[in-house]
Design a protein around this ligand. Structure first.
Ligand SMILES: [Fe+2]
Ligand SMILES: [Fe+2]
Length: 203
C-alpha cells in the first residue's frame, strides 16, 4: 500500500519537473511523460472524446456501439477517480491547504460514481440510459474544468509535490484497477465494474 510519505517529495520538485509542458526539449520528455498533471489531463481529454463518440452512436441508435463506449467511459472514470482519491488528492490536500476545494472534488466524484453505478446496471435500451450518460458527461465537464483551471495550477505552483514520481504511481495504480474489471480479452465486465464501484463507495 502506498503512503503519502512515498508521494511527497523530500525536497521541492525541480523547475523542470514542475513546469513539465509539452514544448520542452526532448531531454526532459521522460519527465513530461510521467508528470501526474499531464497524465490526468490526458485522461480528461480521452474521456471527453468518448462522450462525443457516445453521442454519435446514440444518435445512430447503435445499441451495441453505444453500450461498449459507455462501459469504457465508466471504467476509465472509475480508475481515474480512484487513482486521484488514493494518490493525487491526499498529496494535494497537504500541498495547497484548501480543504473546501478538495472536499467539493470528492463530493463530485461520489455523485459521478452513483450515476456510473446506475448506468452499468441498467439496460442500454432503457429510455433513461442516454440521458444518464449525457448528464454524467456534464458533471465530468464541470469537474474537469475545476481541476484543470484551479486545482492543478495550484499544485504545480506549490512545488511541494513530486509530480514525476506521482505520475508513475498513478499509471500503475490505474492499470491495476482496470485489471480488476476487465476480462481476459481486455473487455470491460460491467458486473466486476459494479463490484469495484460498491467497494469504492464504502471508503
Ligand atoms: Fe480528474
Ligand atoms: Fe477528479
Amino acid at each position: 500500500m502506498r503512503t503519502e510519505a512515498n508521494i511527497k517529495s523530500s525536497k521541492p520538485a525541480t523547475g523542470k519537473e514542475a513546469i513539465g509542458n509539452k514544448q520542452s526539449s526532448p531531454k526532459n520528455s521522460n519527465s513530461v511523460k510521467h508528470d501526474a498533471i499531464v497524465l490526468l489531463k490526458q485522461d480528461h481529454a480521452e474521456v471527453k472524446k468518448m462522450f462525443k463518440q457516445f453521442d454519435k452512436l446514440a444518435e445512430k441508435q447503435d445499441i451495441e456501439g453505444k453500450t461498449q463506449i459507455a462501459n469504457k467511459i465508466c471504467a476509465e472514470l472509475i480508475a481515474h477517480t480512484i487513482a486521484e482519491e488514493e494518490i493525487f488528492y491526499p498529496a494535494t490536500r497537504e500541498a495547497i491547504d484548501d480543504d473546501d476545494m478538495l472536499n467539493e472534488a470528492k463530493v463530485e466524484h461520489d455523485s459521478a460514481k452513483e450515476l456510473i453505478a446506475q448506468i452499468v446496471s441498467m439496460s442500454p435500451e432503457d429510455p433513461m440510459y442516454d440521458a444518464k450518460v449525457t448528464v454524467l458527461g456534464e458533471y465530468i465537464t464541470h469537474h474537469v474544468e475545476e481541476e484543470e483551471t484551479e486545482m492543478f495550477p495550484m499544485v504545480r505552483e506549490s512545488k511541494k509535490v513530486d509530480l514525476k514520481e506521482m505520475g508513475a504511481m498513478i499509471t500503475s495504480r490505474k492499470a491495476e484497477i482496470m485489471e480488476e474489471f476487465c476480462d481476459v480479452e481486455g473487455e470491460i465486465d460491467p458486473q466486476q465494474l459494479q463490484v469495484k464501484i460498491d467497494m469504492s463507495a464504502k471508503h
